[in-house]
Every structure is written in C-alpha cells, then in structure tokens.
Ligand binder design. Structure first.
Ligand code: FPP
Length: 244
C-alpha cells in the first residue's frame, strides 16, 4: 500500500447513543468496538500506521461521570486487547501528555507498549490526553531542557514530538459530520488529505474505510508545488532559493 498512515478523529459516539436512547457511556463502548474493527480492517489492508484520537486534552473537561466511563473503557481495552494486537503483529504506541493521565493508566499503557513492542506489521497510535498544541509546547520545552532550542529546525522539532519516527498522516478521517481538526496532529497534518464522513463513529465499518481510501487515491498530492515541479518528490521539500 502506497499510503503509510491514516489518522482518525472518532466522532459521534454521543449522538449514536442518544438516537438509541442509550447513555453516552454506551456510545463510547460501541465506539471502542468500532476502534477494534477498524484496526483489524487497517491491518488486513496492509496499512503500516493507524492513529486513533481516543481522548483529547479538551475531552478532559467533560463531566466526571463521562470521564469515568471513558477511563474504565480505556483500562479495559488496555487489559484485554494486547493478545489480539500481538497475534496480528500490531505495535501499540500511545501519544499524548502522560502527566494528564492517572498513574495506574500510565502503568497499563507502558505495559501494553512493552508487550506489543515486537509488532512489525502495523503501528497503532492511540492518542490519549492528546492535544496538538500541547504536544508542540512539550516538544519545545524538551528541546529547551536539552539546550537545543536556539538551533531548532523542522526535523529537530519533529523528533521531539510524541510521533517521532512515525510518518506524517497521508489521510485524516473525521467521522460524525463535523469538519475541523480539533487540535489533532496539527504539526503532522500540514500536508495531509482530509476526509469527512457523516457516519457516526460506532457505525464506521471497513466499507467506510475503503470508501475513504478510494477518495484519497483520486486526489493529486502536490505538497504546495505545481505538476511540473513535482516529479522527483514524494513529500514536502525545502525551497532551494529565495523568492524573488
Ligand atoms: C467523540 O464522540 C469521541 C470521544 C470523545 C472519545 C473516543 C473514544 C472512543 C471511540 C472509545 C475508546 C477507544 C478505544 C480505542 C478504547 P462524542 O462523545 O464527542 O460524540 P458526539 O459528538 O456525538 O457527542
């Protein structure tokens, strides 16, 4: 597969639940099942990297009851999903601000990352306590601590982000009908193709992922250049001379 990385904003759990007269927690539970389904679909398609936005820094402002339900769900996911990830050669990589997460959740994350570290077929990124601006600030702070901020470059900043070493997303999908990035992978999605689906996340199935891929393949990615100047490049490049 020519495409390296798909990132997904999994939106619509609450509306899915409301339409069925269920609690928001039930919506998130169905959302968790959809996350498992789409992870397997991505793996079957040979996708090297999939990143799911499971909990944003802004989500942490939701009512305590909903956060408790999400916390329970994520703990359950980390406790039970590891054998399946190992079986399918999937390496788990959690991105986000660990200082915003409870100590026991962090321990489960570290354990799951360690147990799946040998997975070579796909990297599953899970964004937890994640905000794009927060990530860039933490990267700048890390560079400052190492005395490297005065000579900061795009590669050095990228290497201090949570996603260091991962390819930038080629395609970002948002379900649930809204059309915004909501602080997800702000640095990394500079040249990412965006795809918005009206399907609510719990209903998102392999066929919807395939529809997004078909749409992506019809697009022409020029990374800010023209057809004529595009030939040898497969990604964004630095300009060779000054604009005159
Ligand atoms: C947005 O729906 C979704 C979230 C805030 C949480 C996403 C979490 C999951 C899909 C479950 C956990 C995932 C894993 C991998 C265990 P919303 O509540 O904002 O929906 P709404 O816009 O319809 O209210």
């Amino acid at each position: 597969m020519e495409l390296q990385h798909i990132a997904i904003i999994m939106d619509g759990n609450g509306r899915w639940a409301k339409r069925r007269g269920l609690s928001r927690a039930e919506g998130h539970r169905a959302g968790s099942r959809a996350a498992q389904r789409i992870t397997r679909a991505g793996r079957r398609l040979g996708l090297p990297c999939l990143t799911l936005y499971a909990l944003s820094t802004e989500n942490l402002l939701r009512p305590a009851e909903e956060l408790a339900a999400l916390g329970k769900l994520l703990r359950h996911y980390l406790d039970t999903e590891v054998p399946s990830l190992i079986e399918h050669g999937i390496r788990l990589r959690v991105i986000g601000n660990r200082n915003l997460l409870a100590a026991d959740l962090n321990r489960k994350i570290v354990a799951a990352e360690k147990q799946t570290a040998a997975g070579r077929d796909m990297t599953l990124g899970l964004a937890l306590g994640y905000g794009g601006r927060d990530e860039i600030v933490r990267a700048a702070q890390a560079l400052a601590r190492r005395g490297r901020l005065r000579r900061v470059t795009e590669p050095s900043l990228a290497s201090a982000l949570d996603t260091a070493g991962l390819p930038d997303p080629d395609l970002l999908i948002r379900t649930g009908g809204e059309r915004r990035l909501s602080n997800f992978l702000l640095w990394q999605s500079a040249y990412t193709e965006l795809y918005f689906s009206r399907v609510l996340w719990p209903d998102f199935a392999a066929r919807h992922l395939q529809a997004a891929l078909r749409d992506y393949r019809q697009r022409e990615r020029r990374f800010g250049r023209t057809d004529a100047s595009l030939a040898p490049a497969t990604g964004p490049v630095r300009p060779q001379g000054k604009f005159k």
